[in-house]
Ligand binder design. Structure first.
Ligand code: ADP
Ligand code: MG
Length: 580
């Protein structure tokens, strides 16, 4: 029998005599109390009942085939909604599988909570050998924003509240919450249990910049001859879209979106310098970073990519990020919404006007680069040859331009680089990709998270190698009938499909099966598979699958000789065999 507890969550159990509850129910009640409506996970000992109780209570449970994909889905949910996505894993190996996604969420500043059951502490700590024995708490600690362990059922409410607060506030990140099996099974008085729960008030409070910091930044921008705004995924995450647009447009400052900030302002916006990136970085004299780190993705702000005399303004929630690469002349510490509001309200903002010559210089360069890209995209494939990346992406671009509400997920090497450059985005937070770690394996997890959280169609554009890391989640996509189309750019290899091994009959390290039919994989789960060899076939298949709103996989045959080793990251390869 089920009764309402003090918070009205209605999952406490009534046994003989006084009402009793247990750790499983308290975890679910605590999550519900804090507005968690979906759990992404994979069950087994000791968390199977946790998923059952969650489902019975009205929380949606999405069951995956591998914990890292479940965690990536939770991380995508965190990025898209601003509330921590929740992932549930078993102990030991399941916990470790999930940890990749927790570390990835932390690196990318996405709020996420991984909850794992764990084995008996008294046995783990003396290394006596338990089922799935692992000191999970200690292992998670350095890889997450924080790790917490609940040692008594009466502390479950506290543990969940701490996890939510830590994941969402300040710089968002991944939090590990360890709940030993014994705590999940602990029985206690229902009234005391209900009273132990906590609702987190304002999980990510606004953080306002100081007035002198705002004055300093405005003064610097006002003096700039060649100002540039770099929008990062922190700016997309902040959901301050209107304020950011107002600031950019009222100042006329050219802006460069990082890959997951594409669409925050549309890529075809007159002030976008996405097509004149090198010139913008190289020549800008004052650069305003909004939710973007000066890490490897921005060449650490260093010459020759950047103007060595450039001065930086950084809008950032985490003060320890400042000066991590270049000196920051005007730090603006606070949440992006509050900072941009303060800038918009400042009396001198109306007088900032990016100089016309600079705007014209960038516009001319953009026009030139757009024209050369158009020529590359228009090039026809030689008869008898498989299509290359550009020919395939031309077809994808034409379809997606008609479906601007589609969420795009993207991973691979060449597939990532080419797609990012070719596919324009028009709406905020509609592009999710390999991100700060350049990680492979996020694809289907992110796609599932995006489909569940938004209810919109998702197109995942995957290299054939990248697809392999989470390919079994095609079954998950089909089981839940999600409106996801996976496009596999199948060039038969990692980077390229023409790797050679001259020493033996084994395939080269970069070789994958050239004739793999990934479309048949989805057919075995009842989804729709397409096998395409021309841009026209690809465009038709993509249009049909988006319209159908059902699981689909398009195996797109790509020229195995197209692309480059390491994509655009060749410089990260140490001098080695390829270079001699
Ligand atoms: P990109 O890879 O797109 O350049 P990064 O992930 O490097 O973006 O940078 C995102 C930055 O945004 C991080 O330093 C993070 O601390 C910051 N950030 C995230 N959310 C907010 C927010 N609401 N307000 C201010 N800064 C934020
Ligand atoms: Mg490939």
């Amino acid at each position: 029998m089920v009764v309402s507890n003090a918070q009205g969550c209605g999952t406490s159990r009534v046994e003989e005599g006084a009402a009793r509850t247990d750790g499983y129910h308290l975890v679910v009640d605590a999550l519900k109390l804090n507005g968690v409506s979906t759990i992404y996970g994979l069950v087994g000992i000791p968390v199977t009942d946790l998923a059952r109780v969650a489902q019975a209570s009205g929380i949606r449970f999405l069951g995956f085939r591998h914990e890292s994909a479940a965690g990536h889905a939770a991380a995508a949910a965190g990025f898209l909604t601003g509330r921590p996505g929740v992932c549930l894993t078993v102990s030991g190996p399941g916990f470790l599988n999930g940890l990749v996604s927790l570390a990835n969420a932390t690196t990318n500043c996405f709020p996420m909570i991984q909850i794992a059951g764990s084995s008996e502490r008294s046995i783990i700590d003396l290394k006596r050998g338990d089922y799935e024995e692992l000191d999970q708490f200690a292992i998670a600690q350095p890889l997450a924003k924080a790790a917490y362990r609940v040692d008594r059922a009466q502390d479950i409410g506290l543990g969940v509240a701490r996890a939510i607060r830590t994941a969402a506030s300040g710089r968002p990140g991944g939090v590990y919450l360890d709940i030993p099996a014994a705590v999940l099974g602990e029985v206690l008085d229902a009234e005391a249990g209900a009273a132990s729960l906590r609702q987190v008030v304002d999980p990510a409070p606004c953080q306002l910049p100081s007035a002198p910091a705002v004055d300093r930044a405005i003064a610097l921008l006002a003096r700039a001859q060649r100002p540039l705004i770099v929008l990062g995924k922190g700016a997309a995450y902040a959901q301050a879209d209107t304020a950011i647009r107002q600031f950019v447009e009222s100042t006329g400052i050219p802006f460069l979106p990082m890959s997951m900030a594409k669409g925050l302002l549309p890529d075809d916006h007159a002030q976008s310098v996405v097509a004149a990136r090198s010139l913008a970085l190289h020549d800008a004299d004052v650069v305003m970073l909004i939710g973007a780190r000066l890490n490897w993705l921005l060449s650490h702000g260093e010459a020759p990519h950047w103007n060595p005399d450039a001065q930086f303004i950084q809008v950032e929630i985490d003060p320890t990020e400042l000066d991590s690469n270049q000196p920051i002349s005007a730090p603006l510490v606070g949440d992006i919404g509050s900072v941009i509001d303060a800038l918009n309200r400042h009396e001198s903002t109306a007088r900032i006007n990016a100089p016309q010559v600079w705007q014209q210089m960038l516009a001319a360069k953009s026009a030139h680069n757009v024209a050369s890209m158009a020529a590359r995209l228009a090039a026809r494939t030689e008869p008898g040859k498989p299509m290359g990346f550009y020919a395939a992406l031309r077809a994808v671009r034409d379809v997606l331009a008609r479906h601007r509400d589609v969420y795009v997920v993207n991973e691979g090497a060449n597939t990532l680089d080419y797609t990012r450059n070719v596919i324009d985005m028009y709406l905020p937070r509609h592009r999710l990709d390999s991100g700060t770690w350049g990680v492979m394996g996020i694809g289907l997890g992110y796609a599932i998270g995006a489909a569940i959280e938004t209810g919109q169609p998702v197109v995942a554009i995957e290299g054939d190698s990248a697809f392999g890391f989470s390919g079994m989640e095609m079954e998950t996509i089909c089981r839940y009938r999600l409106p996801i189309t996976v496009v596999v750019f199948n060039n038969g290899g990692i980077y390229k499909g023409d790797g050679v091994n001259s020493a033996s009959t084994d395939p080269s390290p970069t070789t994958l099966m050239r004739d793999a039919h990934y479309d048949r994989l989805i057919e075995s789960f009842g989804g729709t598979g397409y096998f395409v060899t021309t841009p026209d076939e690809l465009g038709a298949a993509l249009a049909a699958s988006i319209a159908a709103g059902q699981p689909a996989l398009i195996d797109c045959v790509i020229d195995p000789t197209d692309g480059t080793e390491s994509g655009h990251l060749t410089s990260f390869n140490p001098a080695g065999i390829e270079k001699h």
